[in-house]
Ligand binder design. Structure first.
Ligand code: GRF
Length: 208
């Protein structure tokens, strides 16, 4: 049974989608801990109510990024994680931390990467007049919101969209593609070569 640790900073709806998919689809894996960098993250309450162990590694209590990264790595190690999932985790981590978890750390970002890394993706997509937007699940590399792409989902951008309405439409897709990507990783179906990810059985790595 593979051990999953999920990193969050807030609401944790992607975390919930993963925990629920694991139970519903009877994955041979368990979310053993949810770790937040913010003590007030709403997602912690949900995880505790489900009997999942939680941990807080508060970035404000660490002198610098390296110290935070080391504390976070130690917390992940304590839970003997096979797979680390960033799910709305709003801290940038350093190259050493990324290397320690190479090939076994995924992130979800609410844009069609490589477009719009960083914050305010929905606002930028609307301002730029994009006709489609979406979300990306990718392996984590030392560059922010960058790395081999596992799966992407696309949504329409409506003329009437606000940042909030577009974010909500994208989020429903996030809740589909993140659990699916995780399941593929757990089943050993992701093949990474030259920065590209293919599914060994040719499953569609997009959701339209
Ligand atoms: C999601 O849109 C995620 O892609 C982004 O931040 C949001 C977090 O939502 N990085 P939640 O905490 O999973 O509900």
């Amino acid at each position: 049974m593979k051990r999953i640790v999920i990193l969050i900073s807030g609401r944790g709806s992607n975390m919930q989608a993963i925990v629920e998919a694991a139970a519903r689809e009877r994955w041979d894996a368990k979310v053993v801990a949810v770790i937040s960098n913010r003590p007030d993250a709403e997602g912690l309450v949900w995880a505790q109510a489900r009997g999942i162990e939680t941990d807080v590694v508060d970035h404000t209590l660490h002198a610098d990024r390296d110290a935070f990264d080391r504390a976070l790595a130690a917390a992940i190690k304590r839970h003997a994680a096979d797979l680390v999932l960033m799910a709305g985790f709003m801290r940038i981590v350093g190259a050493a931390f990324v290397r320690q978890h190479e090939g076994r750390m995924l992130n979800i970002h609410p844009s069609l990467l490589p477009a719009y890394p960083g914050l305010h993706t929905h606002r930028k997509a609307i301002e730029d007049g994009c006709k489609v937007a979406g979300a990306t699940v990718h392996f984590v590399t030392p560059t922010l919101d960058h790395g081999p792409i596992v799966m992407q989902a696309v949504v329409h951008v409506m003329a009437s969209d606000t940042e909030a309405s577009l974010a909500a439409r994208v989020l429903t897709k996030e809740h589909v593609i993140y659990p699916r990507s995780v399941r593929w990783w757990l089943e050993g179906r992701l093949h990474v070569q030259d920065g590209r990810v293919t599914h060994t059985e040719g499953e569609a790595q997009w959701l339209l």
